[in-house]
Design a protein around this ligand. Structure first.
Ligand code: PMP
Length: 406
């Protein structure tokens, strides 16, 4: 375990005030704050080491290329991948899933073929599949969560039929915090010969991940939630699957030769990385992942489990708060609504006056909102630097909101 008060000193923004109150940042599910080492790496990347990558025959270009390419190995280590060639750089999970939709699924799915999704997917893992539904008649099969927000892996496996070409599930819900047993889903899907895409946007932040142990085919992560820069990220793609993929975006870097009548492609993973990338962002992501691994993913997970249990007990004492997602196996992510007329946006506005940053809305999870029968919730999502005192500040601010609206 680490000393959270020492860790907080690494994040300069955490010592600022908001609306005259110390910032209590509980919007980590949307985007996490950055440690000084990441800020320094980004500054150095621009101030001292900047040039375009891959095509230079000069010192700075080679330096930037080495640093940028070096991150592939860091991501592979972070995800427990055996080869860094299985890491495709992206601008985040949205791009990673779109790459799979356009590059792998689109050429091999026809009308009537199915994709299995859980009802608690983020729009990033829904909309690309709707494109396939609209454009080529692919059928989306939805698997519900139970009343506690848990997803039974067997229900996902049972939904796989002879026409199913892909299962795409999140490992942790960005709304409910539910942890999904993706390993069991992958084992069942593999037995039926169906690949699995795991949306690791939330899970990779909160727990150790090993893609080989999970047994999936695609695993997407997003840098800005991992204490790294926005527009950084990656998707791990099993090499057999990568060989089956056609390129998604076309442009510089992803080709070997271009002529008037023919083109040849670069080797994977660069075959899937077109154009000038987020060079400094990706270098910053590498530093962020090293920072997390230095703290220890087990330690981060244990610290957040402590925060989760403390929050469960505190919110449990407020009988005018309903928490959505009560399964025990969950990350420290809490969605809730308040009895009475208060809308989630009104609650978050009051909380903000107290310096407490939470998110309110549908959290890019329309089908889950329909399933829960709500139009919006408030969401408090915790990160590695949050404290029990901040949980208390959240509860105090909620009591104020309840006094005003209840
Ligand atoms: N999936 C999940 C579960 C998420 O929480 C998010 C971000 N809210 C995304 C996908 C999309 O990530 P990004 O916007 O960084 O591409």
């Amino acid at each position: 375990m680490y000393d959270v008060n020492e860790v907080r000193k690494d994040f300069p923004i955490l010592s600022r005030e908001v609306n005259g109150k110390p910032l209590v940042y509980l919007d980590n599910g949307a985007s996490a704050q950055k440690p000084q080492v990441v800020i320094d790496a980004v500054t150095r990347g621009y101030a001292e080491e900047y040039a375009n990558v891959h095509r230079g025959l000069h010192y700075l270009s080679n330096l930037a290329t080495d640093k940028y390419e070096g991150v592939r190995g860091t991501i592979a280590r972070f995800l427990g991948a055996t080869s860094e060639d299985e890491i495709v750089y992206t601008t985040g999970t949205t791009m990673g899933i779109n790459l799979v939709a356009y590059g792998w699924a689109m050429p091999r799915m026809e009308a009537g073929d199915e994709i299995v999704l859980s009802v608690m997917e983020h729009h990033a893992n829904i909309v690309p599949w709707h494109f396939l539904r609209e454009r080529q008649g692919v059928v989306i099969k939805w698997v519900d969560v139970d009343s506690t927000g848990a997803l039974d892996p067997q229900k996902v496996i049972d939904a796989i039929g002879p026409k199913t070409k892909l299962v795409a599930v999140t490992q942790v819900s960005n709304v409910l915090g539910t942890v999904v047993d993706v390993k069991a889903i992958c084992a069942g899907a593999r037995a039926k010969g169906v690949p699995v895409l795991v949306d690791g946007s939330q899970a990779s932040v909160h727990m150790p991940v090993n893609v080989e142990e999970i047994g999936c085919d695609f695993y997407a992560i997003t840098g800005h939630k991992l204490y790294g820069p926005s527009a950084s990220g990656a998707i791990w793609i099993k090499s057999d699957r990568m060989k089956e993929m056609r390129p998604f975006l076309g442009g510089g870097d992803m080709i070997r030769e271009v002529h008037k009548d023919e083109i040849t492609y670069n080797d994977p993973p660069m075959k899937f990385e077109a154009g000038t990338p987020g060079i400094v962002q990706q270098i910053g992501l590498g530093v962020a992942l090293e920072y997390m691994m230095d703290l220890g993913m087990e330690n981060i997970s244990a610290h957040e489990a402590m925060l989760r249990d403390y929050t469960v007990s505190k919110l449990g004492g407020l009988n005018w708060i309903s928490t959505q997602g009560t399964t025990a196996d969950k990350a420290a992510i809490f969605s809730f609504t308040m009895e009475g007329a208060a809308h989630a946006h009104d609650i978050s506005t009051i909380l903000d006056k107290k310096g407490v940053a939470v998110r309110a809305g549908h959290h890019c999870a329309g089908p889950l909102m329909d399933h829960l029968g709500v139009s919006a919730t408030c969401r408090a999502s915790f990160g590695l630097y949050n404290t029990t005192e901040e949980v208390d500040a959240l509860v105090d601010a909620l009591e104020l909101a309840h006094d005003l609206f209840g």
